[in-house]
Design a protein around this ligand. Structure first.
Ligand code: DX5
Ligand code: ZN
Length: 225
């Protein structure tokens, strides 16, 4: 099992985004996470494909994880992949044909992911799991960085890990996003998560590299694997 840490660019200083992307790369993070918001699916706006393209230009070797918080992600898949997305995650609650959207993402040769809001049941994923390379559990209500972790999501992580292990997909990637720090990351890892997005926690550190390494180590240790 891979344990990975993905700083979310949502918490970066937008006045110097290029150097913030380089900071993520030099921290030894496994990827940069880009949160795309449409002020409709979530009550906030962030940025679009140009920032994904900027990340590719500044740090071509840094994996770009793109989380689409859009009501109609299907209409934007091509633009984000052309801009440089290496994985595209769509919400299972989005207003589109989820089957077709995941199939389209995979047809471009990038990783496909499904995301659940904290209130959504794992059962909603079941028809689509064979089309997903990863599942992202939101551990806050999507829309803003800097919110508090919602521990009620923890049993759902375990439920999905049990399901994917039972299906023989023992290396299935389960990501968490929202309010992640050393303690909450370890709690998620103990339930079966292996990919950890963290925004405000990592960007507020004076030593991002040290925090990335420590978060990865603490989560791996808590997983018991
Ligand atoms: C929230 C985003 C998260 C957010 C996490 O809608 O999906 O990726 O940036 O930020 P923190 O780690 O500050 O909760
Ligand atoms: Zn996100």
């Amino acid at each position: 099992m891979n344990f990975e840490v993905l700083p979310s660019l949502l918490a970066a200083d937008y006045g110097r985004l290029g150097s913030e992307i380089l900071k993520v790369e030099s921290s030894g993070a496994d990827a940069v996470h880009l949160d795309i918001m449409d002020a409709h699916f979530v009550p906030n706006l962030s940025f679009g494909p140009d920032v994904v393209a900027l990340a590719k230009r500044e740090a071509p070797g840094l994996f770009r994880s793109v989380h689409l918080m859009l009501s109609r992600p299907d209409l934007y898949i091509a633009r984000f992949i052309e801009a440089g997305a290496d994985s595209v995650q769509i919400h299972v609650e989005a207003d589109c044909d989820i089957w077709q959207a995941l199939t389209a993402i995979r047809a471009y040769g990038v990783r496909s992911g499904l995301v659940l809001r904290p209130q959504t049941a794992v059962a909603a994923l079941k028809p689509y799991l064979h089309l997903c390379d990863e599942v992202l559990f939101m551990t806050v209500n999507p829309g803003y960085g800097g919110q508090s972790f919602m521990s009620e999501v923890l049993p759902k992580i375990k439920e999905l890990r049990t399901l994917t292990d039972g299906a023989g997909r023992r290396d299935f990637d389960i990501m968490v996003d929202g309010g992640i720090n050393y303690e909450t990351g370890a709690q998620c890892a103990a339930q079966g998560a292996n990919l950890f997005v963290a925004g405000s926690f990592l960007f507020k550190q004076s030593d991002m590299a040290g925090a990335v390494a420590e978060l990865r180590e603490r989560c791996a240790a808590a997983s018991g694997l």
